[in-house]
Design a protein around this ligand. Sequence first.
Ligand code: TYM
Length: 325
Amino acid sequence: MSRVFSGIQPSGELHIGNYLGAIRNWVNIQDEHQCIYCVVDYHAITAEYRPKEMPTRIFDLAAGLLACGVDPEKATLFVQSDVPQHTELAWIFNTVTPMGELSRQTQFKSKSEQNLNNINVGLFTYPVLQAADILLYRASHVPVGEDQEQHLELSREIARKFNARYGKVFPEARTMFTSTPRIRGLDGKAKMSKSLGNSIAVDETEKRLRKKLASAFTDPNRVTRTDPGDPKVCNIFTLHGFFSPSETVQEIDGACRKAEIGCVDCKKKLGDAMVGHFAPIRERWAELRADPTQVHEVLNTGRDRCQAIAADTMQRVHRKMGLVR
Ligand code: TYM
């Protein structure tokens, strides 16, 4: 069994970009791999936040991941700040990471443009902490969306640099994508992201979900109801592919091309399918919110397992580096 690691920030909502781009993969692979999933709160503090709200955000995201199907009998779920070795290893990795590589990280550029009042060093060294997350567990695979690929490439480079300088401790972790590693937002163009305001949350109420779908962009060349549409360029059609039965997807494909169905009806059908798909998740999430001890127990078990692996890795690191008495 190979070891898998992945993480998600407790910032903003759990949206269907996270769900389709990463979380459903987390769930699908937990039978075949030894999976470790992490709520990365130390990453989330690189953006300004309200400390009073953070405990709820951490808890709620953990509960949401369980509701989406992360199974504590099969996978390990924990909170990053419960395992202090993440930041310890990140410091060590700072000393093998080339400045030039960090300066080329596109997420730093975009995130600092979004946070002009708070361009902190943590935002710059964020990918080093991400490399530490993965390598602390000597993971071989990392299921993520496409936006994380550059960070993962850097994690491989950090592993190579460390191993070359001190001796082999770390594997180079491979990226695992879903069939659609980049889910577009309601604008039909940009990556779905809470900060761009183009997202749909996993636990959206039916009313809000339908309202959001109603405002979503479709085929930009289909101006009037009688224009034939091109499902290939339509984000609503892409979403049908995930949530509607394959016969419906085929029917819509044909009907859209012949202008037999309009965007309003097409969105209505998508709304029906999504409401049905997310109903059990919303229900389970509500149950977990009402019974916090269940979630905390899962996170405590996760913390204990991860602390043991982390201590073992750090012992190897310290030995190789001569940081021993
Ligand atoms: P985060 O919290 O932004 O997103 C969590 C996961 O969701 C994926 N994702 C998407 N996939 C497809 N389409 C989208 N529109 C979309 N939006 C988000 C992300 O790719 C990610 O897989 N830096 C990471 C968290 C992290 C991490 C790690 C990941 C920290 N340490 C170690 C893997 C391994 C992040 O900010 O993800």
